[in-house]
Design a protein around this ligand. Structure first.
Ligand code: BG6
Length: 483
């Protein structure tokens, strides 16, 4: 067999955003309040606050009808700028644009009998705008948000009842966008459900650690079932469409060659791959039985759940990749920051301004591991560098550090393709600056396009091409050859 020489024809180059981080327009055209819009911005840069929601903070957020403390309510006003933004994506030559639908635009409280037409219409328009330029929409059904109504009514995914609400929502989407959306993803970074509110929409900060763990794995189980049902629905309603899962990949290494560290890293890796094991293979892996027993977790399964998981295997595996960590048998090693917040520091790696350890080779390792384990097409739907970009006096942003980061990762993707991995696409995170998921800062920027807005929401919202804009355009035009 011949070894591939580069990126395949039709490779889906593009960028990825999430409704709650770009759209704004949080209370217009019938949209309901979402779980993402009741989390205050982080006072401390590196503190993850998405999960620190209490009944009290929730009530205060509902009473506060302003955007000041809740930047995800304003996003970067994509709702009113989508034509301009998609035109800029098209200028870079995007083949794909990953975006999410705000569930609360379609079902404002989550449990209405009929969907909100204005919400559906908005996405009709967005998809039409993408197609105008030959850009394929890749749509996340739930990206770190759900209608707050479902939290208030039944504590989000902690309740089995949420499965039916979700299934109703997905049925509406698949019917409405049949033949329009070819690529779907169910839950963004489904492993976030084991971290708390941002994944589960369930308030659990008043519970002790054991009860929290129990609640989160049960909520996750409901999401697995809901996702598998959505896969079946999608196949039935629009057989030409493909539907995938989405994992926050955490590549990890043993801290030392000490077998105890190697075993700790193996378990850590299993705890990351468990989600895709369920969604790609259609069943819980055995090692989780041991983990659940060790951690006092007892899952409540309905009689059909196992059959549903089996019948709802995804068509492809998508994932985000930003960084790697090290794992040790010793809890006291120095910790790194990051989107999972659990790993140790690696002396061989440099880190971003926010302390996320940069590791392009880790991406090649992950791609090979996924391919060996699952043999389904892979899609990198997030990768990128959050940096404190500065607008210079001449109105430019010289972000060569972002170009370096992306170049090194794309080189490793190419290596993985030569290794034999089936990689279908690459959408960088935040092609346009947006509100950070973890801290709600505006100043943590990922884009090729700068947005004139600060952490307090001040600014003209003007869109400005950064140096990386022209670079990415060249990368796409050369199908990844000119880096
Ligand atoms: C991923 C999320 O975890 O990382 C995105 O899917 C998020 O929503 C991205 O924005 C980067 O994280 P952050 O916290 O820098 O915005």
């Amino acid at each position: 067999k011949t070894i591939p020489t580069g990126f395949p024809k039709g490779f889906l180059w593009g960028g990825a955003t999430a409704a709650n981080q770009v759209e704004g327009a949080w209370n217009v055209d019938g949209k309901g309040l979402t779980t993402a819009e009741v989390v205050k911005r982080a006072a401390d840069r590196q503190k993850l606050t998405m999960n620190a929601v209490t009944q009290e903070s929730l009530q205060a957020a509902i009473a506060d009808q302003t955007e000041t403390l809740y930047p995800k309510r304003r996003g970067v006003d994509f709702y009113h700028h989508y034509k301009e933004d998609i035109a800029l994506f098209a200028e870079m030559g995007f083949k794909a644009y990953r975006l999410s639908i705000a569930w609360a635009r379609i079902f404002p409280k989550g449990d209405e009998a009929t969907p909100n037409e204005a919400g559906l219409k908005f996405y009709d328009d967005v998809f039409a705008e993408c197609h105008k330029y030959g850009i394929e929409p890749v749509v996340t059904i739930s990206h770190y948000e759900m209608p707050l109504g479902l939290t208030l009514k039944q504590n989000g995914w902690a309740s089995r009842a949420t499965i039916a609400n979700f299934t109703r929502y997905t049925e509406v989407l698949f019917k409405r966008y049949k033949g329009i959306v070819k690529y779907w993803l169910t839950f963004n970074e489904i492993n976030a459900s084991t971290w708390g509110f941002m994944g589960t929409g369930a308030v659990d900060s008043d519970l002790d650690a054991a009860a929290q763990t129990q609640l989160r794995y049960q909520a996750l189980h409901h999401e697995f079932v809901a996702s598998a049902l959505a896969v079946q629905q999608c196949h039935q309603i629009d057989p030409a469409a493909k539907i995938g899962c989405m994992l926050a990949r955490m590549q990890t290494y043993p801290n030392t060659p000490n077998p105890a560290d190697v075993r700790a890293a193996q378990l850590q890796d299993q705890l990351n791959l468990f989600f895709t094991d369920v969604q790609v293979r259609g069943e819980y892996p055995e090692y989780m039985n041991r983990y659940f027993a060790d951690n006092g977790v007892t899952l409540q399964l309905a009689p059909d759940d196992e059959a549903i998981l089996k019948a709802g295997k995804v068509d492809y595996l998508s994932f985000s990749y930003y960084m790697s960590t090290v794992t040790s048998a010793d809890d006291n090693i120095e910790k790194a920051s990051g989107n999972l917040n659990m790993g140790g520091k690696n002396p061989y790696l440099k880190a971003s301004d926010w302390g996320w350890q940069i590791d392009p080779v880790g991406l090649r390792l992950s791609l090979n591991e996924f391919w060996d384990r699952y043999r389904v097409p892979l899609f990198i739907v997030e990768n990128g560098l959050g940096a404190a970009d500065q607008l210079t006096a001449d109105g430019k942003v010289h972000d060569e550090y972002r170009i370096d980061y992306l170049r090194l990762h794309i080189e490793q993707m190419k290596e993985a393709i030569k290794d034999g991995v089936d990689l279908m696409g690459y959408t960088t995170w935040g092609p346009i600056d947006l509100i950070s998921a973890s801290t709600s800062e505006m100043s943590k920027r990922y884009g090729f396009i700068y947005v004139d807005q600060d952490d307090d929401g001040q600014g003209s919202l003007k869109r400005i091409r950064k140096d990386s804009f022209d670079w990415y355009k060249k990368v796409i035009a050369s199908n990844g050859e000119d880096l």
